[in-house]
Ligand binder design. Structure first.
Ligand code: ATP
Ligand code: MG
Ligand code: MG
Length: 551
């Protein structure tokens, strides 16, 4: 049963299955291991793995590792971890394009034998010149009509290390007058004396993306090969190659379909820019909670369910657009509102002394873990003579009648506890408030005052002797403009206040908060325990309680 909304890709698949073009669906997610995955990749993962799930097919995880210079095992490991964390299972063993290097070579030989590929010795500048432009057809390379025998010998020599980097390439013989520039005899192989993370020094020629991708899809029996719109023109090469190789020129071969990539406001998604942020130490690594990487968002407190839900909300289309951050945040809020246990945390503490409360006495209170879900049980909190409240919750004089917090001679309820009234306060030498002195009404714990007076304001607190010191990391957008990628210098538009650290207190029950476990710190936002710094209590703010983006 397919419950997800119909989109143009589902229409294609439904149609293909109805016509018996394929017996089952196989997709693939093909990251290049040259960086960490980001939220844009999550869109592609949810699409490819989601389709496989819904059609009872399979989805391969394939490392598109044909460009050894920029790739690394660190990225391979992080990508596996991120896909699993999102909740998906790949079909069988992990695939590597580099596993097919010998096969790729043989398919190149097939093209050479068919007179459809040649070794070209034009240098980069000449190649550009010969290619022509959109207004003018290109010119044939002087090497284009070399015989298959001669080309085979040259290609073997390329493989054997007989040519220097840049000296020659293998090109497909397609059409130097094509209106698709990419079809003007695209490069299939180049010489690179690089050590590869999977194949070591076995190879000194490496296939290009356009050659390796369609053949990898063919080898793996992929049916629907989904990629982003910038590969639209390359689809011609994809089709040309598969149609000219005997193993793949069948009606049930893979076909490529393009969808629009995710662009998210106030962040960047290009790997080049993400690398720059990490290398220039503008963030604290790939998993900095401000990064749009899956590992950063995980550390920030995003849940797999929220990212999958986000992918559903934005859907799949062929229209390029910029997605508002508010959509992502709505997805995580909607998840956490239901599942996150409630707790009280004071992030900018001042002391509150209840003068009519017996000295030395502490009382225990069972507070609900989730006010709307009794099944989540209760937690133990404490109340006593000395508490902490947030600085913002007290003003000596209420600024207006709508002020629902504490002021002198005004009453508020302390969440889960009693009604109190502020009597006087103390300041330090600079005039900052340090302590508020109050009285409490002992007959108001968990109930309204007997005399019928109405107390509307509620503020949160922690009991001072039981409270645990904690650090709170409050994050804001990483950039000050919606589309930093289009700036000349995107580092110039970094938000200097993207991280604000506050030191305060949490309930004692938070001592053993598991890393990445989400909490709603009531009235403050959703937070989770940091998964990297664990020797003390550090909490990352995942998201505020309400949308602050549209202001
Ligand atoms: P970059 O261009 O920044 O290097 P990439 O697209 O080359 O990124 P890959 O590792 O090749 O990164 O991407 C793996 C898969 O994820 C591809 O199928 C790609 O289309 C998809 N993908 C990458 N970025 C996005 C995005 N922003 N939105 C949707 N899909 C994406
Ligand atoms: Mg790339
Ligand atoms: Mg890519």
């Amino acid at each position: 049963a397919i419950e997800r909304p119909v989109n143009f890709i589902r229409n294609i698949i439904n149609d293909d299955l109805a016509k018996n073009k394929y017996q089952s669906v196989r997709t693939r997610f093909p990251p290049e291991p040259n960086g960490y995955l980001h939220i844009g990749h999550a869109k592609s993962i949810c699409l490819n793995f989601g389709l496989a799930e819904d059609y009872q097919g399979e989805c391969n995880l394939r490392f598109d590792d044909t460009n050894p210079a920029k790739e690394d095992m660190e990225y391979v490991e992080s990508i596996k971890r991120d896909v699993q964390w999102l909740g998906f299972k790949w079909a069988g063993d992990i695939k590597y394009s580099s596993n097919y290097f010998e096969k790729f070579y043989q398919y190149a030989v097939e093209l050479i034998n068919k007179g459809l590929a040649y070794v070209c010795f034009l240098n980069a500048e000449e190649t550009r010149e010969y290619r022509g432009n959109l207004k003018e057809p290109g010119k044939n390379s002087p090497y284009r009509d070399t015989s298959p025998e001669e080309n085979l010998a040259l290609f073997e020599k390329m493989r054997a290390g007989g040519f220097k980097e840049g000296e020659c390439v293998l090109r497909a013989k397609i059409d130097m007058a094509s209106s698709f520039m990419c079809m003007r005899d695209p490069t299939l192989y180049r010489v690179r004396f690089e050590t590869h993370h999977q194949t070591g020094d076995k190879w000194c020629i490496y296939p290009m993306y356009d050659f390796a991708h369609c053949i990898s899809d063919g080898i793996e029996g992929v049916t629907h090969s989904l990629c982003t719109l910038e590969f639209q023109d390359n689809r011609r090469i994809y089709d040309w190659l598969l149609d000219h190789l005997d193993d793949f020129s069948r009606p049930d071969r893979p076909f490529q379909y393009e969808f629009s990539r995710l662009n998210l406001e106030y962040t960047v998604m290009s790997k080049r820019m993400l690398h720059q942020l990490v290398n220039d130490k503008l963030v604290d690594g790939w998993d900095d909670p401000r990064m749009p990487t899956i590992s950063g968002m995980r550390r920030r407190g995003y849940t797999p369910a929220s990212l999958r839900d986000f992918a559903e909300r934005i859907g799949i289309s062929k229209v390029d657009s910029m997605t508002e951050m508010g959509i992502l945040e709505a997805a995580i809020r909607d998840d956490l509102n239901v599942v996150a246990p409630r707790t009280m945390a004071v992030m900018d503490p001042i002391k509150l002394v209840i003068e009519n409360y017996p000295e030395g006495e502490i009382e225990s209170i069972q507070a609900p873990v989730h006010p709307q879900n009794e099944a989540m049980g209760t937690r133990e909190i404490f109340f006593g003579r000395e508490l902490y409240i947030d600085r913002a919750d007290f003003e000596p004089e209420a600024p207006n009648r709508k002020f629902m917090r504490l002021a002198i001679d005004k009453e508020v309820r302390l969440r889960n506890a009693y009604i109190i009234k502020a009597e006087r306060y103390e300041t330090d030498a600079d005039g900052n408030i340090t302590t508020v002195y109050c009285s409490y009404d002992p007959d108001t714990r968990g109930k309204n005052p007997a005399d019928g007076r109405k107390v509307k304001g509620v503020i949160h607190f922690v009991e001072s002797t039981k409270a645990l010191p904690a650090e709170f990391r409050v994050y804001d957008r990483l950039f000050t403009v919606p589309n930093p990628a289009k700036e000349n210098d995107f580092e110039a538009v970094l938000n200097p206040d993207s991280l604000i650290i506050k030191n305060g207190f949490v309930e004692p029950g938070m001592a053993d908060a598991p890393v990445e476990q989400a909490y709603q710190c009531e009235r403050e936002g959703y937070f989770c325990r940091d998964n990297k710094i664990t020797d003390r209590l550090v909490f990352n703010r995942t998201v505020a309680l309400r949308d602050t983006w549209s202001q």
